[in-house]
Design a protein around this ligand. Sequence first.
Ligand SMILES: CC(C)(COP(=O)(O)OP(=O)(O)OC[C@H]1O[C@@H](n2cnc3c(N)ncnc32)[C@H](O)[C@@H]1OP(=O)(O)O)[C@@H](O)C(=O)NCCC(=O)NCCS
Length: 405
Amino acid sequence: MTIQIRPATASEMGQLGELTSYGYGGAFGDGPDNIPATSIRAEWTLCAFDGPRMVASFATIPFTMRANGNAMAMGGVSTVVTIPEYRRQGLLRRLMTDSFEHMRERKQPVASLWASQAAIYQRYQYAQATQLRHYTIDTVDIVFHDGNWGTGTVARTSITEGLDDLRDLYRSYVADGTCYLHRAQVRWSTNLFETTAADGPPEIAIARDEDGVPVGYVIYTLRSARVNHPSRNQEIKIRDLVWLTADAYRRLWHFIAQHDLVGRVVWTSAPIDDPAPDLFTEPRLLNCQDKEGTWLRIVDVAGALAGRGYTQNGKLRISLPQDKMTPWNAGTWELDASPEGATVKPSDKNPDISLSLKSLASLFCGMRSAHDLARAGMIEGNQQAIEGAHKVFATQAKPHCPDHF
Ligand SMILES: CC(C)(COP(=O)(O)OP(=O)(O)OC[C@H]1O[C@@H](n2cnc3c(N)ncnc32)[C@H](O)[C@@H]1OP(=O)(O)O)[C@@H](O)C(=O)NCCC(=O)NCCS
């Protein structure tokens, strides 16, 4: 069998639709015009062909994400499927290896994805980068322990009226963050504004401060007959909640709590440093659960470390092992970081810390601190070096990515 690895042509995208329908069991639609086939561009793909037949699909969507306050190009890996007859023959490894080379050429220093199974990607040095916090709470239990509902107002609006405010608020909200995507119009329309048969149309409410300035928003759906309750059978599903001030956060919850007929509020994409557990009178009634989010891989160490934002000054020599998939990353790198910018260059001096590319990915995005990694035996270095790495890589907020791709 001679397998050819190449991007699909536009006329072959129907095959990608068929492959992903089968591989994902119809989760993104069935047939040649399912969501992956119609939303991914042929030039983003890298597929395996046995003659004219596509036997494995793979795509890298060009995204920009936040990296502790800086914008960074990111390869969003998607449509990863090999048909069962061709599995365990090394096709995904070939596609992934080639795609890292392409990402490096395209100056995308990091790759990210949503994993169906973590085992597939950990062997490629992906580390868990974000988590999704799930809340399920009854509106009668939305009560703050200090009784402070915040100041300002919250009012519903239409997508047309509110879109500019939503975009500006989102941009300000994610500015200092890590792993958040820069949202193109398609992300807003598919992830946030879609009307689904199950949940109905999206609703939008914007929080304003006492001067009328927008300071937060919530995008949600509202459906009846969802909760087994004799008088409050409606459900609110929060799709996105953004706040720039503590008052806005409280006002938005207050607005949700005023839906007296709602017996259940569900939010499945809160960040893991969301303040609700610290503010609610009975945090356990949030039924909080943290679930796996996106995975991140450092494709180009020099580009990733130099492009990330830092809040502290610090110098660190970082040693990384040989890596067959991205051989250009091996060796010792000297990072000179400051809030004004960072430089990264190869070094022949002794390293301060040694770690795998996977551990570096955790550190890079702030999912794990150097102290966390040291406790898990996933970083080597003396106490002073670990302390230095802890400070240099500190992020302003926990990494988060509420957007599926
Ligand atoms: C995941 C999938 C794409 C792997 O494709 P493949 O071409 O068979 O992968 P490879 O032959 O290159 O295998 C790569 C490695 O991952 C391992 N692997 C593959 N699938 C695995 C799984 N589900 N769990 C654990 N390990 C897995 C293989 O054993 C192999 O290990 P090795 O490199 O140490 O030999 C394929 O199994 C598939 O299509 N699965 C269903 C769809 C899916 O889950 N896609 C991922 C969406 S995020």
